[in-house]
Each structure stands twice: as C-alpha cells, then as structure tokens.
Ligand binder design. Structure first.
Ligand SMILES: [Ca+2]
Ligand SMILES: [Ca+2]
Length: 273
C-alpha cells in the first residue's frame, strides 16, 4: 500500500532554487497516484507525479533511495552490499565513487553528462520525494503507526478560524524548516547517514544549477571522508549502522538541547580545487 503526503506540505528544493526551464504545476496541482487508483489518475496534461511511500527509505550518501519491500528489509544493508563491489564487507572510496557514477547515470536521463534542472526536479519529485523539506517524516519499516495526537482542550472554533489557524501554523512550520530552525533533521537527512537535506543538488559546487559527473564524484569522495570516522580509508556496515539517525532525530519539531555538542555529520561541499 502506498500513502501520500498532503499536497500542501510539498516544498521541493528545485522550486526554491529558481524558475524551472519548463512550466510545472505547483504542488497543489500535482497528481498523486495511489497504487489502487493508478489507472484512474491520468491527466491529459501529464503533470509530474509524486508517489508517496508508506515507510522511511534509506537514502544513500549520494541521494539514492532504498525502499523496504517488507517490514524486515534492511535498506541500509541493501545499499551497502550493492556498493561493496568486491563483497569483502568493506566500503572503500573507489567503491563509493563507482556507486556514485552508477547512480549519476540513472539521473542523467538524457545522457548529456550532467544533471540538469529538469533532471534534478525529476529526482526531487519522482525518484526521492522524501527529500522535500516539508514532506511528512516516515516511520522506519515495520514500526507501528504513531498514536494520533490527543485532543486539546482548545475550545471548538468555527471552521473558518480553524482553517486560518492551521494555515498560519503551516506557514510558520515551513518558514522554520526553510531556515533550518528547530534542530530536527531536514529532507533526506532524516533517512541518511549524513546531514545533507538534498544530496544531489548539494553536489553542485559551482552553483550553476547543473551537476557534472566530476562534481558528483568529488562529492562522493568528500562524503566518504565524512563517513570514514575511524580514518581507515574504509568502513563496515556495522560502523555505518551507528551513524543512522534515530526516529527522534528525524522528527519535525524535535528540539535539541542547545548546549549539547552537535554530533551530526554535515559539511556536504567538497573543498574547492
Ligand atoms: Ca569492498
Ligand atoms: Ca542531463
């Protein structure tokens, strides 16, 4: 079964970065396909489709989502085993670069050697809508749904006031999230080992809104260095497991102790040459 996020919560990175090269419907106009209703949801204008997923994916250091098919699926291990090409249980920088190269080829759909803005939009809307900042944080595979929030003691409001208040909260939450306030992890960082909300766009070192293979490979090396905390030029799956964010880290609105050291690993941009 698939579930979708409320359309109003979609705040993709690409729309915030500037105008797209072709007209694209705003989030409220987007089509959301439920597995059961896929056949019915067809538009003659073929808008971009955002597909919701029930469970949290694992998002690889380069931004590739790995989704659980069953509650027992270990999505981090699935990525690790795929990237560990010689199957020695260790991931090296070379293997991580090779993995980045493979994923890059799937994103560069027109094969011109760079991820263009429209290909970036395709990544953010279709490949990994989970990276969108205001999308609802998914629960780990197999975990039970969260209990519904308790009814508050607030007096019942007329529908218009309620709506106004909801919209105001929504605006405040969006603003807080876009400013990185609140301490909760953002976008892909909720499901990843590194604190990089949009791992593909973050590889655009020269900010020209296109990501070349060289930029993507440089990002892979930089991210490998961040993950290689023991400085052994390799790491194991067990070492990565320890870096996974907990559901509490990922919860929107979760507050961090202001005096606590920030143990999240970030700094997504490789050094300039
Ligand atoms: Ca290996
Ligand atoms: Ca391209």
């Amino acid at each position: 079964m698939q579930v979708v996020d409320p359309p109003v919560l979609q705040l993709p990175f690409t729309r915030r970065r500037g105008r797209l090269p072709h007209p694209m419907p705003g989030p409220p106009a987007l089509f959301y396909i439920f597995a059961a209703a896929a056949q019915a949801a067809v538009s003659p204008r073929t808008p971009i489709t955002v597909t919701g997923h029930q469970w949290a994916p694992f998002i690889s250091p380069m931004g590739e989502p790995f989704r659980a098919r069953t509650a027992a699926d270990d999505t981090l291990a699935n990525w690790f085993r795929q990237a560990d090409r010689n199957r020695d249980g260790l991931l090296t920088a070379e293997e991580m670069v090779a993995d980045a190269e493979r994923f890059f080829a799937t994103l560069d759909t027109d094969g011109d050697g760079q991820i263009d803005p429209d290909e970036l939009a395709q990544y953010e809307y279709e490949v990994a809508p989970d990276v969108q900042v205001m999308s609802t944080t998914k629960r780990p595979p197999g975990s039970p749904p969260l209990a519904k929030p308790k009814a508050t003691d607030e007096p019942a409001l007329p529908p218009s006031d309620k709506q106004e208040r909801r919209e105001r909260r929504q605006r405040e939450a969006e603003q807080e999230a876009s400013l990185g306030l609140g301490g909760a992890l953002q976008g892909a960082a909720r499901y990843a080992l590194l604190d990089i909300p949009e791992p593909v766009a973050a590889a655009d070192i020269d900010f020209n809104r296109a990501i070349t293979l060289d930029e993507f490979k440089a990002a892979a090396i930089s991210r490998f260095t961040l993950l290689d905390r023991a400085h052994q030029n390799r790491f194991t799956l067990a070492q990565l497991e320890a870096l996974r964010p907990t559901p509490a880290d990922a919860r929107r609105g979760a507050k961090r102790d202001k005096d606590a050291p920030d143990t999240r690993v970030g700094n997504p941009l490789p050094p300039r040459e």
